[in-house]
Write a protein that binds this ligand. Structure first.
Ligand code: GLU
Length: 443
């Protein structure tokens, strides 16, 4: 049974990078018929906020990424305490007393000599008496995980292929602060074990964390999950700092982006599969394949998202959008208006053109006479099937007008605009009475 998890820290809104990670883990689980879990990484009490937990729920619901279980790290502190006690008993965590300034100085000295800034393990050399002295001074220790320099670190990454690390080239990571609070690394490994996570799929920025966490799994006597690290998402010009790519789901939603569009883009961006307006999630699930993921950074482009959004909107069925449409706008109106929309919010503008009032441009005397004839002709039009065809057919015959001279003044008088939805579909929505009123008003 494949089990994946999405583990956001509730320190802000979900942005496209988080959504991509959530989506890929969801797709991986759904494709395998497995389970997708939500884990709220809120051990950092100072930076975590309840409103962002709510926002994560809201955003995942908006995206339609359903999960099969939810855990909160802040509710699992006893479990971490227990794992910590075991690691301590086994000598795999050790207290360290350096201040941030001291550590900073050590790093600078090493870098100054052209050496990698690896922690020198000075704390491991402290004698019992030296430690007691620190404690007596009231210096509380922070805790480091002791990497095993003799244990080779290697894994077959689902995206990056064979990976190797030399533990001696890594610093023993701090896992617990002096105030007793947890850093990300150990609780995450403990949870992945407890929750039976089989596949960890996350950004490339976590590769070196994986090297360290692999030793944590071993130290906790557990088999590690499979790991895959995807190339980061970047903006078109490099950083993902400007425009939609940097915004939260709430801002994307306000900008008129539909979740289907965001998912269709993020599912395939950075893979060898073409980005297409795929509105059906089942199609994204079926096509998901880690083997198609590339190593180059994936480029996020606002314009591509907007194009995809429009193409997706043109496919959405009425039932999907009904609740977001203006009061009274039914399925026929949706079908008529849909091809003209860039965003769903534009539907209200077109619906106002159906319900009125509309303002037609000024027309010359001859055209006004033509519109009077049109209003009269509407009287005899059989409304049942295609009144627009019947109306324009009758007018063509009686006035000799054709092409633009026939259609444009009618469209202008009926909608107040030169362009818009197909009049065959629009006129039945406007209705005979309103159409006649508009034609007479313009005449
Ligand atoms: N809370 C971590 C993050 O947001 C989770 C990383 C992981 O997937 O293990 O970076």
């Amino acid at each position: 049974m494949v089990i994946t998890r999405f583990a956001p820290s509730p320190t802000g809104r979900l942005h496209v990078g988080n959504v991509r990670t959530a989506l890929h883990n969801w797709l991986l689980a759904r494709k395998a018929g497995g389970r997708f879990l939500l884990r709220i990484d809120d051990t950092d009490a100072a930076r975590s906020e309840e409103r962002f937990v709510d926002a994560i729920h809201e955003d995942l619901a908006w995206l339609g990424l359903d999960y099969d279980g939810e855990e909160r790290q802040s509710a699992r502190l006893a479990v971490y305490e227990d794992a910590f006690a075991r690691l301590r008993a086994d000598g795999r965590v050790y207290p360290a007393y350096e201040t941030a300034q001291e550590l900073d100085l050590k790093r600078k000295v090493l870098l100054g000599r052209g050496l990698p800034p690896i922690y020198d393990r000075a704390a491991l050399q402290l004698t019992e008496a030296e430690r007691a002295a620190k404690e007596a001074e009231g210096v509380a220790p922070h805790w480091r995980f002791r990497l095993d320099h003799d244990e080779p670190i290697a894994w077959e990454d689902g995206i990056r292929g064979a990976q190797h690390f030399d533990a001696a080239q890594l610093s023993d990571p701090v896992v617990r602060r002096a105030d007793g609070s947890w850093l990300y690394m150990l609780p995450s490994a403990v949870d992945d074990i407890a929750m039976g996570v089989t596949d960890v799929l996350r950004g490339e920025d976590h590769v070196s964390n994986t090297a360290v966490q692999l030793q944590m799994f071993t130290a906790l006597h557990a088999a590690p999950p499979r790991f895959a690290h995807e190339a980061l998402l970047v903006g078109r010009e490099g950083k993902l700092s400007k425009r939609l790519g940097a915004l939260g789901c709430d801002a994307l939603r306000e900008a008129g982006i539909e979740p289907e569009a965001l998912l269709a883009l993020l599912a395939r961006l950075g893979t060898s599969q073409p980005v297409e307006p795929v509105a059906e999630r089942s199609a994204l699930v079926a096509g998901f394949d880690l083997a198609s993921f590339g190593r180059a950074p994936a480029k996020f482009d606002d314009a591509e998202l907007a194009r995809l959004n429009t193409a997706i909107i043109h496919q959405l069925p009425y039932a999907r959008v009904a609740e977001q449409l203006p009061e009274g706008m039914g399925a026929e109106a949706w079908e008529a208006i849909r091809p003209n929309l860039e965003t769903l919010a534009d539907a209200a503008d077109w619906w106002r053109i159906v319900t009125g009032p509309v303002e037609a441009p000024d027309m010359d005397a001859e055209t006004r006479h033509f519109l009077t004839l049109a209003a009269d002709a509407l009287e005899d039009v059989n409304w049942g099937d295609d009144p627009w065809r019947a109306l324009t057919g009758a007018l063509k015959e009686s006035t000799g007008r054709k092409g633009k001279a026939l259609f444009l003044p009618l469209r202008q008088a009926l909608t107040g605009r030169d362009h818009g939805p197909d009049m065959h579909l629009l006129l039945p929505l406007i209705g005979r009475q309103r159409a006649q009123d508009r034609l007479r008003a313009a005449a």
